[in-house]
Design a protein around this ligand. Structure first.
Ligand code: ACO
Length: 324
């Protein structure tokens, strides 16, 4: 029997806050443009923190909150598109740093859908293994992928990490339904960290391009079409109604996208918590940061139905419906 019960939720964001006004000093933009087009007022940017250090901080908080020993952890998944190294994985570094010597650890890269994809994989890993424990973290240091001379993307992104500790305690899984979809044919609408892969044995005219490039309109249209579909299908798979969901914890890429999705589903924005004004788009960290804030604010209660949705690079989209 599958079992996925959330025992702890935690977040860790860099200390340094960069406001829209701060950005006007290094590029031609304005607080008014950024707020009106995206809803973003500020973002946290890592200056002393690494992606790994933020994920380690989250993992330690999760272990403390859950009151477990690190040796009880069986699996660690970090969802990221901006790991400090290509190898070792961020998850392996977290495993080593916290001394979770029995845990199997690996990263998942599904960009902004990574936390939802990672949670789905963790649900499968824990299935049938009573008392097994897993950690799923979304962690990003997107500031290292952003071209700080490109105002079209630089204003949108932020850094941070957050995650959950889950256990198979023998009861029913909290994940009631899910819908994950990948649209690889549209993948070039959002790219980052391209390595041309030169070697001495052939001619390769392809150029490296580490920076994040995005066709904003294409991703906007993708999100406003695919996210409502994904939510409807996951809610249907869960055997409940859209109106049963207390909160739609959606990837925070643009407040306009959240409003458009709420409108398409004929739902009140009261059901769509938004925190993009404080963090910008933190990719895989975005839904768990929002979830952690809801928990901190005492807005999550056992038995609440939640829909978590991510969308972005791949292109990918994914929703899990949880009975908290
Ligand atoms: N400041 C001021 N002006 C700007 C800025 C800026 N930072 N950036 C662009 N502009 C200008 C443009 O040059 C353009 O000027 P022009 O009309 O003279 O040509 C004008 O503003 C309008 O630009 P658009 O790109 O049309 O603006 P739009 O309203 O489409 O907003 C945005 C752009 C915010 C990127 C939007 O398209 C969007 O949110 N797309 C979705 C992005 C997304 O969801 N990504 C999620 C995945 S992220 C991941 O997976 C990592």
């Amino acid at each position: 029997m599958s079992s996925f019960r959330i025992k702890a939720i935690a977040k860790s964001v860099p200390q340094k806050v960069v406001t829209n006004d701060d950005l006007t000093k290094i590029m031609e933009t304005s607080d008014e443009w950024i707020k009106r087009r995206t809803g973003i007022a500020q973002r946290h940017i890592a200056t002393t923190e690494s992606n790994t250090s933020m994920c380690v901080d989250v993992a330690k908080q999760l272990v403390n909150q859950a009151g477990i020993d690190v040796n009880q952890i069986d699996y660690i998944i970090v969802a990221t598109m901006s790991g400090d190294y290509q190898t070792p994985s961020t998850a392996a570094s977290v495993q080593g740093s916290i001394g979770a010597s029995h845990a199997v650890a690996f990263d998942i890269d599904a960009a902004c859908s990574g936390f939802v994809y990672g949670s789905s994989v963790m649900n499968t890993l824990l299935a049938g293994k009573k008392d097994s424990i897993g950690i799923v973290i979304g962690g990003e240091k997107l500031s290292r992928l952003v071209n700080w001379h490109d105002r079209g993307t630089a204003v949108l992104f932020g850094d941070g990490a957050a995650g959950i500790l889950v256990q198979n305690d023998g009861s029913d899984s909290q994940i009631l339904g899910e819908n994950l979809s990948t649209f690889g044919e549209a993948g070039m609408s959002l790219t980052a960290g391209h390595h041309a892969g030169q070697n001495p044995f052939g001619e390769n005219h392809d150029q490296d391009d580490q920076f994040l490039q995005m066709d904003g309109h294409a991703v906007y249209n993708f999100a406003t079409k695919r996210v409502p579909e994904s939510i409807e299908q996951a809610v249907k798979a869960a055997g409940i109604e859209l109106s049963d969901i207390k909160y739609f914890v959606m990837h925070q890429a643009n407040e306009r996208i959240v409003k458009r999705v709420a409108k398409k589903l004929s739902l009140s924005m009261n059901k769509f918590p938004v925190n993009i004004h404080n963090y910008g788009n933190t990719a895989a960290a975005s839904e768990p940061i929002l979830l952690a804030e809801l928990a901190e604010q005492g807005r999550l209660h056992r038995g609440d139905y939640l829909a978590l949705t991510g969308f972005g690079g791949g292109l990918t989209v994914g929703t899990i419906v949880i009975k908290y």
